[in-house]
Design a protein around this ligand. Structure first.
Ligand SMILES: Cc1cc2nc3c(=O)[nH]c(=O)nc-3n(C[C@H](O)[C@H](O)[C@H](O)COP(=O)(O)OP(=O)(O)OC[C@H]3O[C@@H](n4cnc5c(N)ncnc54)[C@H](O)[C@@H]3O)c2cc1C
Length: 349
């Protein structure tokens, strides 16, 4: 055996990887958390209402400034008017608008506080030698462990190599940019459905992350994307007054489909977070579900194979429930029956 050794190696130090490492360490497992030093997500996102307990039970007090609680969400869906959903009437606590760079850094710190060893490494290859994994980083450093966790986000960089496949339930993609608050901005999310899909704008202080979620087949050519995005943003009824974007705004395209990796675990390995199951951003559940299920995955690793099977069944069930709910929401929007985005959706039935 060569290189640094541990019981478990977690590859990827986004929120799910850090949550998994934190919970493993809390269970007394010797865990290495490998962080490639990049920020896969550098935007403002919102948690689900009632997420505080889930997040703090695994990561401790990571919610606080610069993040902010939000009193509700605003949406224009299936109707041109803007509707307020007030979380104050939610029996659980409210939602949070989180700045992902700061949140991800705090989650990594929490994992370290619980005893995980954080190492800077971009993993380029993994190999199974008997009962042990040998992990190689881009700089040639080697690591070894008996169990490997893939927390590399939608890339699923490890599990794809191990033969797991992704089942996509839809073809959603998001064109995402950044702006400043407009006159009607306030912390939290505003969602507005349009002929080509739906827009969201999530505000936190002086930052607004804004995106158009559409179908991959409907993406404008790469060279025209920034300009088309700006024009379509200007055509929104409500959203354009909560965000102001520069002429030179740079739009990134992100996969936004609901998808599940099959299988999610195998002999000595498991996937967590988006690498296991990823969600339509309309659900705002990526962070919360990722952290919750990563904590549960950590406990299942410690408990053994029956617990891992149960955990996998639970994730599959959550995906099925989400797909059902997602479809109900999209079917509510009937204003553009002939538009390819909404027609395409109906074809999934
Ligand atoms: C448009 C859009 C809007 C969204 N809005 C919300 C929202 O409002 N609320 C919400 O809860 N969710 C939202 N989500 C979902 C949320 O962003 C994800 O669910 C969340 O980031 C998943 O966390 P993760 O830790 O699984 O993966 P990631 O955050 O993707 O982290 C993976 C980490 O692994 C690292 N990595 C990758 N490859 C390697 C490698 N080879 N070696 C080492 N490290 C590696 C990456 O750099 C990264 O640090 C949104 C998603 C999209 C597409």
């Amino acid at each position: 055996m060569t290189g640094r050794q541990a019981d478990v190696i977690v590859v990827g130090a986004g929120p799910s990887g850090s949550a998994c490492a934190a919970e493993l360490a809390r269970q007394g497992v010797d865990v290495l958390l490998l962080h490639d030093g990049t920020h896969a997500v550098d935007s403002v996102e919102t948690t689900q209402p009632g997420a505080t307990g889930v997040i703090t039970s695994i990561l401790g007090p990571v919610l606080g400034p610069p993040h902010s609680t939000v009193p509700g969400a605003r949406s224009s869906w299936a109707d041109p008017s803007l509707v307020e959903t007030d979380f104050l009437f939610d029996p659980s606590d409210g939602a949070w608008a989180v700045e992902r760079r700061a949140f991800d850094a705090a989650a990594r710190d929490a994992a370290v506080e619980r005893g995980a060893r954080l190492v800077s490494a971009r993993v380029t290859s993994v190999e199974r030698e008997g009962d042990a994994w040998q992990v190689c980083a881009a700089d040639g450093e080697l690591f070894g462990a008996g169990f490997l966790v893939d927390a590399t986000g939608r890339a699923g960089a490890i599990v794809r190599r191990l033969g797991a496949r992704v089942e996509r339930h839809d073809g959603l993609v998001a064109m995402v940019g950044e702006g400043c608050p407009g006159p009607d901005a306030r912390d939290g999310t505003l969602v507005e459905s349009v002929e080509d899909g739906w827009w969201y704008a999530t505000t936190l202080g002086d930052r607004v992350s804004v995106g158009l979620v559409t179908h991959a087949d409907l993406l404008p050519p790469a060279g025209e994307r920034d300009a088309v995005w700006r024009v379509l943003l200007g055509q929104t009824r409500h959203l354009r007054s909560v965000v102001s974007v520069n002429e030179d705004v740079f739009v990134r395209t992100r996969r936004a489909d609901t998808s599940v990796t099959e299988p999610m675990h195998g002999d000595g390995w498991l996937a967590v977070g988006d690498a296991a199951a990823a969600w339509d951003p309309l659900s705002s559940q990526g962070l919360t579900a990722g952290i919750l299920l990563a904590g549960r995955a950590a406990r299942a690793i410690v408990a053994g194979s029956d617990a891992l099977e149960e955990w996998q069944d639970d994730v599959r069930m959550l995906v099925e429930d989400t797909v059902g709910l997602q479809r109900e929401y999209y079917e509510m929007e009937t204003r553009w029956p002939d538009a390819p985005f909404w027609r395409q959706w109906e074809r999934l039935d």
